[in-house]
Every structure is written in structure tokens, then in C-alpha cells.
Write a protein that binds this ligand. Structure first.
Ligand code: PLP
Length: 451
């Protein structure tokens, strides 16, 4: 019989476990417990197959910035599918949605980031970046500059290239990553790794690991440094204020291209269009995806400086994806940007929802389980600890308490993710103060139930 919304949950779950391989999920667990089946969503609220209404404190996977259920996006997609569902952007062809979106991104992006290479996702865009920075240096007559420096516990995607850039060792353990010429330095995670140093000292020390690495690897061999302005999937790790200015100084001094991975931080998450603006970074390339279309269509890309695009454009860059600049995804993204702009959603994050959330979020730090509660814009984390003062870790397997907490959140109709023993959140940017009250109330209850 047909598989429809009307099948009982258990049947849907059984079919799902039998035929659908999920990312980052254990198959056995899926068969035993069944996946939660999400049926529909509106605003910041999901409805599951049992009729539960769940506040989505993660905006899907950090992406539904505009919130769910925007009719305008459905209409634009339908119109574009009727008019031109697909055409490619290879071999001297183009179309209006890709032109319009690239032009809009050039207008929104800071500095001389005026050129866009489209991809279907953040992973693909970071793969583009690997090839682009190496090709850039080769075309400038410095082919030995091929090493890309990244950070431990960074997340840049799941493909061979982007997963290699990422610093998730449990990913590297499977399938032959990292690829050659990727080097990882330590992350600026003061709360977990700062020891007795102050955050300011620690931020400087961790940034200077970049300079040390360049010295050891050779300035003539390093092509680029890539980092998320604020690490997202690694646990929303907000670097000390001293960190980014020092990184910028080092990249400038040694002529290392700086790639800001804005896949999470972009499109309003931190209270500006881009995290680079909030953190005071001047990148040569920005990776974008997720909030670009608010997740309504798969699309990503690299926004590239005049200098880099000029060099790359002086020859043929033998790279591209069938869906680079996909017309439907581009049209949806453009409409999403129009709404973000016209409804002043970024001002809402900076002036209303962000400050309101910050006050409530930081109050969670009074909870006996919480070691630190930090937030920038609408991107926050709390560290769970058995002992606040010493910043101790739980003796249990890393992440057990976080997992329980995530499950308690869900039982209280709230989606929050855990990264080890850190809870992270990134709700839709359109969240209103009353919804923030609900979110914090449910998170507080979940914490109480873990304690
Ligand atoms: N870069 C960052 C910072 C991300 O958070 C992600 C996804 O979570 C990616 C890249 C990969 O994007 P995608 O999953 O669209 O390939």
C-alpha cells in the first residue's frame, strides 16, 4: 500500500529503518527505537507523527533562519519550476536566478567579496575552496603553496575534502580522511582547554599556533587557513576576543588566504549578515549554505574576493557541479534574502531576540549542572559539568549526560542538540520573546530532570 502521512508511526519507523540509511546514526538504534517522524512545521514549531508540537531550538540543522511555512518561498519555487526547472551554468550559459542571486550576495558580502561560485551544499562549497585556493597559488606561480590549515574539532562538511578540513577525529577514522596537505591546529576553546590562563591569554596563544604551524610547515607551502567564525557543530565555541585579530594579523603577514566558513554563522545568525562582521574578520573567501535558502532548497557556495576571482578567472577552473547555481534553489534563496532584508530579521536578532535570549540563556548558568552559558546573536551553548569552579568533566563516557539532557529536552517538546556534554541551540531567527520564554522554560525543566 502507498506510504502516506496516514500510516501509523510504528509502520513508518519500521519502513524507515528497513530502507533508509541515515547520516550520523547507528542503524541498530534506529531499528530498536525508531526515528522521530516530523510531519510539518510552522514558524518555530514542528509537529511530529504523534501530534506533538515541538519547539525547534536548532532551526532544523542550524538552517531554517526564516522559520517554517513561508508561502512566498513555496510560490517562488513553483513559479521557477514552471518557467525553468533546470539549466546549467557550465560552458558559457547562465540564467536569471543565478545572476540575481550572485549579484545580491556580492552586495551583501563585506569588502571586495564580489564573486560567487555556487555549489549544492556547504560540503561541496568547501571542496571548491580547497581546489580554488590551491589553483590560485599555482596560477600565481607558487604551486608549492598547497597546505590548508584548519582546526581540531572544526566542522566543514562530510565529503572527502570538507571532512578532511574538519577536525572531527571520529570522522577521520572512517574512509581514508584526511586527504594530503591538510594540517590541524588546536581550537580556541577556553572553557574546556584553557587551564589556568585567562581567556585573553589563551585566545592569543591558540591564534599563535597558526604562526608556529606556518613556521614549521614553511610559509611557501601554506595556501590558506579555514575556520568558522564561531565553531558550530563542535559545540558553539565562542573564541576569546583576542583570537580573531591575531589570526587576521598572521594571515596578512604571511600572505595566507583566509577562508571564513559562514555556513552556520552567515545570514543573520550572529546579529549581522555574516559572522565575519560580528567577529571582525576580513576573509578572502566565505563558505555559505544553510541560511542562504533557510534550508528550503539545497544550495551553497563560495563568495570570493576580487583578487582571488581575478586570478582564477584568468584561466579555466576545471570544477563545477551539475547543480551549481540551480535555478529553483537560487530563486528560493533570493526570495529568502529578500524576506530577511525587508522584514529586518537581522535587526531583530541584533536588537530584540538576541539580547532577550542572552539574558535568559545566561541565567541558565545558575543551574547546578551548568558550567558556562554563552551566546552570540542566536547561537548559544551551555557546558554541563559536575563542578562549576574547576570546570570538571563528567567521569561517565563523554557525552552521556549531554545525551540524556537532549532526550529530556525532547520529552519536554524542545529540540536542542548535544555535542558531548555541551548543549547547543540555534533557533529560527524569527523567534519571538514569548517563544524564547517557552524555550528557556523547557530547557530549564530538562536540566532539572537530568540533575
Ligand atoms: N560548514 C559548516 C560550518 C557546517 O556547519 C556545515 C554543516 O553543518 C558544513 C560546512 C557542511 O554543510 P552541508 O551539510 O550543507 O554539506
Amino acid at each position: 500500500s502507498a506510504i502516506t502521512n496516514h500510516l501509523p508511526t510504528a509502520e513508518l519507523q519500521a519502513l524507515d529503518a528497513a530502507h533508509h540509511m541515515h547520516p550520523f546514526t547507528t542503524g541498530n538504534e534506529l531499528a530498536e527505537k525508531g526515528a522521530r517522524v516530523i510531519m510539518r512545521a510552522k514558524g518555530v514549531t514542528l509537529t511530529d507523527s504523534e501530534g506533538n508540537e515541538i519547539l525547534d531550538g536548532m532551526a532544523g540543522l542550524w538552517c531554517v533562519n526564516i522559520g517554517y511555512g513561508r508561502e512566498e518561498l513555496a510560490e517562488v519555487a513553483a513559479r521557477q519550476i514552471r518557467e525553468l526547472p533546470f539549466y546549467n551554468t557550465f560552458f558559457q550559459t547562465t540564467h536569471v536566478p543565478a545572476i540575481a542571486l550572485a549579484s545580491k550576495l556580492a552586495e551583501l558580502a563585506p569588502g571586495d567579496l564580489n564573486h560567487v561560485f555556487f555549489a549544492g551544499s556547504g560540503s561541496e562549497a568547501n571542496d571548491t575552496n580547497i581546489r580554488m585556493v590551491r589553483t590560485y597559488w599555482a596560477m600565481k606561480g607558487k604551486p608549492s603553496k598547497s597546505i590548508i590549515i584548519s582546526r581540531k574539532n572544526a566542522y566543514h562538511g562530510s565529503s572527502m575534502g570538507s571532512g578532511s578540513l574538519g577536525g572531527m577525529t571520529y570522522m577521520h577514522a572512517q574512509g581514508g580522511m584526511p586527504i594530503p596537505d591538510i594540517h590541524h591546529i588546536n581550537q580556541p576553546h577556553w572553557w574546556a582547554e584553557g587551564g589556568d590562563s585567562t581567556p585573553a591569554e589563551f585566545g592569543l596563544a591558540r591564534a599563535r599556533e597558526l604562526e608556529t604551524a606556518i613556521g614549521e610547515l614553511g610559509e611557501d607551502r601554506v595556501a590558506a587557513f579555514i575556520a568558522e567564525p564561531i565553531q558550530g557543530a563542535g559545540g558553539v565555541i565562542i573564541p576569546p576576543e583576542t583570537y580573531w585579530p591575531e589570526i587576521q594579523r598572521i594571515c596578512d603577514k604571511y600572505e595566507i588566504l583566509l577562508i571564513a566558513d559562514e555556513v552556520i554563522c552567515g545570514f543573520g545568525r550572529t546579529g549581522n549578515w555574516f559572522g565575519s562582521q560580528t567577529l571582525g574578520i576580513r576573509p578572502d573567501i566565505m563558505t555559505i549554505a544553510k541560511g542562504l535558502s533557510s534550508g528550503y532548497a539545497p544550495i551553497g557556495g563560495s563568495i570570493v574576493s576580487d583578487e582571488v576571482a581575478g586570478v582564477i578567472g584568468s584561466g579555466e577552473f576545471n570544477h563545477g557541479y551539475t547543480y551549481s547555481g540551480h535555478p529553483v534553489a537560487s530563486a528560493v534563496a533570493l526570495e529568502n534574502l529578500r524576506i530577511l532584508e525587508e522584514e529586518n530579521v537581522i535587526d531583530h536578532v541584533r536588537d530584540v531576540a538576541g539580547p532577550y535570549m542572552k539574558e535568559k540563556w545566561q541565567a541558565l548558568a545558575d543551574h547546578p549542572l551548568v558550567g558556562e552559558a554563552r551566546i552570540v546573536g542566536l547561537m548559544g551553548s551551555i557546558a554541563l559539568t559536575p563542578h562549576k569552579e574547576s570546570r570538571a568533566k563528567f567521569a561517565s563516557d563523554e557525552g552521556t549526560v549531554g545525551l540524556i539532557c537532549r532526550e529530556r529536552c525532547f520529552a519536554n517538546n524542545l529540540v536542542m542538540r548535544h555535542v558531548g556534554d555541551r548543549m547547543v541551540m540555534s533557533p529560527p531567527l524569527v523567534i519571538q520573546p514569548t517563544e524564547i520564554d517557552t524555550m528557556i522554560d523547557r530547557a530549564g525543566r530538562a536540566l532539572d530532570e537530568c540533575y
